[in-house]
Design a protein around this ligand. Structure first.
Ligand SMILES: [Zn+2]
Length: 140
């Protein structure tokens, strides 16, 4: 994490939150990670024993810039928050693990059409667009 933090600061400027920690969340934690200024909550499954899942830390650390310093004006544009963060995550991992890792991560066989088809089948048409339409929706 120290190396990632140094890389982040080299790429994007000073870390403005003082201290950065990762807390292992309980098994019931429903997400991979959740960024907060100074502290990330992480799923216990991140502890694979071989450091193979550290991209999650890179992602949550990246939110210290994109998301926590600069963010979308409305939740309808949430994709800006995650889009810049995924880009930053990939730049961090490229610097830590090398260009081959970055190319492999970019080539991950996302089945975006499959995800969209599943959302459509469940009637979640509004969630198949970059710009969300959250007015009147319960965030739960
Ligand atoms: Zn994120």
């Amino acid at each position: 994490m120290e190396r990632m933090l140094r890389i982040c600061q080299k790429l994007y400027g000073d870390y403005r939150w003082g201290r950065y920690d990762v807390m292992r969340a309980p098994r019931s934690f429903p997400f991979g990670g959740m960024e907060n200024p100074r502290l990330t909550f992480a799923t216990p499954t991140i502890l694979a024993g071989d450091r193979s899942l550290t991209a999650l830390v890179a992602h949550e650390l990246a939110h210290s810039w994109s998301g926590n310093l600069v963010t979308n004006a409305t939740w309808n544009d949430f994709w800006l928050n995650e889009g810049f963060t995924v880009y930053f995550e990939n730049r961090i991992c490229e610097a830590v693990y090398g260009e081959d890792y970055a190319h492999a991560a970019a080539a991950w066989p996302w089945d975006l059409k499959g995800v969209i088809d599943k959302l459509e089948a469940k009637g979640h048409h509004a969630d198949t667009h970059l710009r969300l339409h959250l007015e009147g929706r319960d965030p739960r």
